[in-house]
Structures are given as C-alpha cells and as structure tokens.
Design a protein around this ligand. Structure first.
Ligand code: ATP
Ligand code: MG
Length: 429
C-alpha cells in the first residue's frame, strides 16, 4: 500500500510555496492559522520517512489522520462567521488526495466519507446560531462534498493505474533478467561445447593416426608370438604381453573413434523384435553372462522404427552388456520390453532393458552418460556416451530409472516409421 512516491525536491518546494501563499492571505494575524500551516508544511516534508518507519499499514493511516485533523482545526481558525463558511474549505482536499495516493478505491471512499463528515460536523454549531437555507447553503455544501469524492476517486484511479503499470514493468524486468541469465548460460554452454568439440576433433584425429601404427604393432606382435612358440619361455611371455596389451589399446582406440566420429545415419524402417534378438546374440558372443534369464515382452502389431540398423545394434548391445555386467555372475532377470506410443508430433517405438542388478545411485544417474565415466575395473566408460549420441542423432531419447538394490531400467525411444512410407534417408550428424 505505502509505495514510495517519487516526489522530487522541487515539488516539496512548490508545496511550501503554496502554503506560504495561504499564510499571506487573510486572516494574516491569526497565529493559530500560521502555526497549522507551518505544521502541515513540515509534516509534508517528513511524511515519507515517517510512513516508512510507522509501517505499511499504520503509516498511511497516520498521515491521513494528521492531515485531516490539521485541516479541520485550520477551518476553525479561518472562520468568518462560522467554520462551515470558511473559504479555506478546499484544504480538505489534502487528506482526501493523501488517502487516494496510499489506499485502494474502498479505502479512498472511506477516508473521503470521514473527511466529509469532519467538514459537515461544523454544521451542528452553525445550525444553533443560524437558520440553514437548504436551497442555497445546503446544495453548496453538498456540491463541495461531492467534489471531495470526485477528486479522491479520480486521483485514486490514476494511482491504481500507475501501480499496475509499475507492477507490469517489474514483472517484465524480472522476466527480462531471467531471459538474460538463460541467454548467458546458453552462451557459456555453447562456448564450452565448442571447446569440447574442438578437443574431440583433435583427439579423434590423434586416435585415427594412432590406429594405423597400432595395427602394424598388433600384426607384428602376432607373428612374433607365433615365431617364438616353443622357444625361450621369457621371450614368449613378453611377446604375449605385447600382443594382449596392444589388442586392448587397439580396442580402446576403436571404441573412442566410434564415439568421436560423426555418425552417418542410414535410416530404414526396421522391425525392433528381430533387431533386439540379434543384439542379445551379439552380447552373448561378447561374453555376456549365460546365467541370465531373458524375458521378452514384445507388444503385438508393432510399427517399424525409422533407424540406422548398425548403429542401433551398438545401442542395444551396449545396454544388454551393461545389464549383464551389472548382474555379474549371479542369476538375474533381463527383461526386454518393446512397445509403441502415439506421442506428438510422431509415433514412437520404445525399448526397455531392465535388469535385476544392484541399480544406480541417484547422484550417478546423470554422470553415467558422460564419456569416460565408469565404475568398472576394466571399463572404458564410453558405452552409454555412444548410446546417447546415437539415440540423439535419431531424434530419440534415452532415460534411466533405477532404485539402488532393485535393478535399473533403460528406456530408449525412437521414431516410428508408420507415417513415413518405406524409404531410405541419409543424413550426417
Ligand atoms: N544396468 C546397469 N546397472 C548398474 N549400473 C550401470 C548399468 N549400466 C551402466 N551402469 C553404470 O554406468 C557406468 C557407465 O557405463 P558405460 O557403459 O558408459 O561404461 P562401462 O560399461 O563402465 O564401460 P564400457 O565403455 O566398456 O561400456 C558403468 O560403469 C556402471 O557404473
Ligand atoms: Mg558399458
């Protein structure tokens, strides 16, 4: 309610000038009148800090009451025959406009009624001494009271409109500040992504260059291993180390290149159930635990998905391998669900791979998709980074749900090929 009024100093000076003008008008030798005008002037100057100190609710009430009291007393000391006939009656506009500035429409009406009552209260002593001519005096009085309301409500309308405008600007500036913050964040992220992309390009180039000499070392180590078979045991052991370690580095470089190379998608409509079956077989060939029980829940009448088969095989093989690795050598259930949904703007096919392993801690759920994040002794930490890169390239999404001790469920959503006629699309991302 008690909003800060932006009153410049010159307005205060103008107000004092106006009161000085009143002081110089008759009755000049009435000391009470001059004192009241002085108090009114001083109060105007200290009004703002006083309201701030008195609080949002009490401050404005105090300000209006002080001004109303001063106006009422002033009328008594500027009387001609009776206070009701004082030509200083417009001084009541001071409490009325103050109320209009600080209160809402109802408060303004209330304070204007109180002001009118204070003014009309001088009618009681006047009626004892004079006879009131209702046609002349009565209507004039009513006119003045009506003017109090007119001025009060007009000022209040402007003030309410002004407050609304200020509120609108505040909200606008808040939303602008928020947009600015988001923009700066996006710029920071873009800069970071640019730096990472440059780093990725550099390391991909480096990995590519390393791969060729590695191939030569690998081949040579293999021949060396064969040549040394049956000879010196130490030499044979050492060449065995060279061979296995070179193999490991070579596999690492290949995986890294899978991740760093831009994916060139060759999109075809593909049925997901046979693709998942092929991935299960691939995972088994790659050493996925044989003890795992596989439960297939494939919905009937599934639409084909618009995907790059080879890349999606990498996605699901990685997820199946992770699930099997999570369940370790113990028994476990691996559930594969395939279904479709009519999401907007296009239909989707989703695949869920759920295991009964130890699950993923909530604070790791975002990190597991970062490249080189691994909790495994021999892991590289590129499996899920490759998964999310390939799925993103398809315009799909990968989400994980897990509660520690209750397994993990990865859901991959891919665009369905229902509305798209069977065709081949090529795109590079
Ligand atoms: N099904 C799962 N259950 C529990 N933890 C999982 C599961 N899948 C992934 N994780 C966690 O996420 C981490 C990252 O997985 P990601 O596949 O990216 O790398 P990795 O399996 O460790 O190594 P690799 O590059 O050989 O795949 C894993 O080390 C593991 O901690
Ligand atoms: Mg993995």
């Amino acid at each position: 309610m008690a909003e800060e009024r932006a009153t410049p100093v010159w307005m205060d000076l103008l107000w004092l000038l106006f009161l000085a003008g009143l002081a110089l008008l008759p009755p000049i030798h009435e000391l009470h009148k001059q004192v009241i005008l002085l108090v009114l002037g001083l109060f105007q100057l200290i009004e703002k800090p006083l309201i701030r100190d008195a609080g949002e609710r009490r401050g404005p009430v105090l300000a209006v009451m002080v001004k109303l009291t001063l106006a009422t007393v002033l009328l008594n000391h500027t009387r001609d025959v009776s206070p009701i006939l004082s030509s200083y009656w417009p001084v009541f506009f001071v409490p009325v406009t103050t109320a209009a500035i600080y209160f809402g429409p109802v408060g303004t009406l209330l304070w204007t009624s109180i002001t009118s009552a204070a003014y009309c209260s001088y009618l009681i002593p006047a009626m004892k001494d004079f006879e009131l001519d209702w046609n002349k005096g009565g209507s004039q009085l009513l006119l003045r009271v009506l003017f109090f309301f007119f001025v009060g409500m007009t000022v209040n309308r402007f003030v309410v409109e002004y407050r609304l405008q200020v509120r609108r600007y505040q909200l606008l500036s808040q939303s602008l500040a928020e947009t600015n913050r988001e923009l700066r964040q996006a710029q920071d992220e873009a800069r970071r992504a640019e730096r990472l992309a440059a780093l990725g390009q550099l390391s991909a180039g480096l990995a590519h260059e390393i791969r060729n000499p590695l191939g030569v070392i690998k081949g040579s180590a293999e021949i060396l291993n064969q040549k040394l078979a049956g000879s010196d045991a130490l030499a044979q052991e050492l060449s065995g180390y060279i061979y296995t370690e070179v193999n490991r580095v070579s596999a690492l470089v290949s995986r890294f290149l899978d991740f760093a190379r831009p994916a060139r998608l060759e999109l075809h409509p593909e049925q997901m159930p046979p693709l998942l079956d092929a991935c299960l077989k691939m995972a088994a060939d790659l050493g996925a635990s044989a003890k795992v029980r596989i439960l297939r829940e494939y919905a009937p009448g599934l639409p084909p998905a618009m995907i790059d088969r080879e890349l999606c095989e990498q996605v699901f093989t990685n997820l199946i391998l992770n699930a099997c690795e999570a369940m370790g050598e113990q028994d476990g259930d691996l559930k594969i669900r395939i279904n479709s949904s009519q999401a907007q703007p296009a239909a989707q096919v989703w695949v869920e791979i759920e295991d009964s392993g130890p699950g993923i801690a909530p604070d790791l759920r975002e990190q597991i998709f970062n490249p080189f994040f691994t909790t495994k002794k021999t892991g590289v930490g590129l499996g899920l980074a490759i998964v999310s890169k390939i799925v993103d390239a398809h315009g799909g999404s990968v989400k994980v749900e897990s509660s520690p001790g209750r397994g993990a469920c990865f859901r991959v959503t891919l665009p369905a090929a229902v509305s798209v006629p069977a065709r081949v699309e090529k795109m590079t991302v």
